[in-house]
Design a protein around this ligand. Structure first.
Ligand code: PMP
Length: 398
């Protein structure tokens, strides 16, 4: 007799497009850091849906907010006002220190929104000639899957046979502030970077990089867009990863954990001078800023603060990093960590480690071929982390 999991995976393989290569596990229940398959086996989630589940699976306060709002109204579209868009935009504006917030749903939509804002700003405020606006991006980036976002990418897997791409994009080495300075022209609208590159394998830029971008953008009247979709909301031990260098970007791009692992919620935040380039009819989304999303997101933000998840990420991240550094395996090339945002790079592919860890009850995923990412929900307890470290030691020490 086939296990339920096997049947589900076969069905998905049969009818679903093969645009992912998931580990062979079906997750059918989840709570906090733990998930279960249909057979009742329990695993610890060390991926957090690529950092979207920072608050832990089904956080009771977030689920309560979801249920409460579901009993009132879930979707209005922006044709009408809803009660929660005001309080939610105020909350996100206060959090980012920006004047205004524009809601979207997925991370890549927020990236699109930021690029569109920057282009309009370049034409309408900076005075760049029509169709000349340029964007500077960093090599190795991941900003999402739309054509605009992959036009920023230099990853062959993400871009092959999808052209023609969005023009006027320059791609420079990540971590090199001088390269950005050299790429800027009078037509440059914005520089977009991840404060730490997540999908590239938790690549932490050299100290001073974000400050250098901040300065060079200011000097040249260019917008600094920080894609904090993955690094934001306490993942790296600060609310936003830009805080590691005390830097404030012109546009924050946010997603993932903004929705508390429950609902897709994304946004950009920027000051009036930039956000006012949007006028009615110029941009939008049917689902962006819907009441359910706002209710969930307000609760998600509340949980991050109430449980001081940034501090927890910082402290447990350091502890985890030290434990990983003690693993005796010559195949480990580097351990890179900022809070509970950790990459362990090997000299060879790591898929087999992920599969072995799964057998031990720890779920994680390779990023590219050679790096294992460990990014558990930030609500993880010390004893839960210790349990995982023991398993990780066992698998990675051989
Ligand atoms: N930006 C960054 C930095 C990301 O890590 C991701 C997702 N991994 C995205 C954008 C895209 O987010 P989404 O998948 O929600 O579109």
């Amino acid at each position: 007799i086939k296990a339920v999991s096997e049947e589900i995976m076969e069905l998905t393989e049969h009818y679903g497009a093969h645009n992912y290569h998931p580990l062979p596990i079906v997750v059918s229940e989840a709570q906090g850091v733990w998930v279960k398959d249909p057979e009742g086996n329990q695993y610890m989630d060390m991926l957090s849906a690529y950092s979207a589940v920072n608050q832990g699976h089904r956080h009771p306060k977030i689920i309560a907010a979801l249920k409460e709002q579901a009993d009132k109204v879930t979707l209005t579209s922006r044709a009408f006002h809803n009660e929660l868009l005001g309080p939610w935009t105020k909350r996100v504006a206060e959090l980012t220190g920006k004047d205004k917030v524009l809601p979207m749903n997925t991370g890549v939509e927020a990236v699109e929104t930021a690029i569109k804002a920057a282009r309009r700003w370049a034409y309408e405020v900076k005075g760049v000639a029509d169709n000349k606006a340029e964007i500077i991006a960093a090599k190795g980036n991941f900003h999402g899957r739309t054509l605009n976002a992959i036009s920023l990418s230099n990853d062959p897997d993400a871009t092959k046979d999808y052209g023609p791409f969005v023009p006027n994009i320059k791609k420079v080495e990540y971590g090199d502030g001088d390269a950005i300075a050299a790429a800027i022209t009078p037509n440059t609208a914005a520089v977009i970077v991840e404060p730490i590159q997540g999908e590239a394998g938790i690549i932490i830029p050299p100290e001073g990089y974000l400050k250098a971008i901040r300065e060079v953008c200011k000097e040249n009247n260019v917008l600094f867009i920080a894609d904090e979709v993955q690094t934001g909301f306490a993942r790296t031990g600060k609310m936003f990863a830009c805080e590691w260098e005390d830097v404030v970007p012109d546009i924050y791009v946010m997603g993932k954990a903004l929705g508390g692992g429950v609902f897709p919620v994304s946004a950009i935040a920027a000051n009036k001078e930039i956000m006012d380039v949007f006028t009615p009819g110029s941009h939008g989304s049917t689902f962006g800023g819907n009441p359910l999303a706002c209710a969930v997101s307000l609760a998600a933000l509340h949980v991050i603060e109430e449980e001081d998840l940034a501090k927890r990420s910082l402290e447990l991240g350091e502890y985890f990093e030290n434990a990983l550094n003690r693993i005796d395996n010559p195949e480990i090339k580097a351990v890179r960590a900022r809070g509970l945002f950790i990459g362990v790079e090997f000299h060879h592919p790591v898929r087999k480690y992920c599969e072995e860890l799964k057998e031990e009850g720890v779920l994680c995923k390779e990023t590219h071929e050679n790096t294992i990412r460990f990014a558990p929900p930030l609500v993880i307890k010390q004893e839960e982390l210790d349990w995982a470290i023991e398993k990780i030691n066992k698998v990675l020490s051989k």
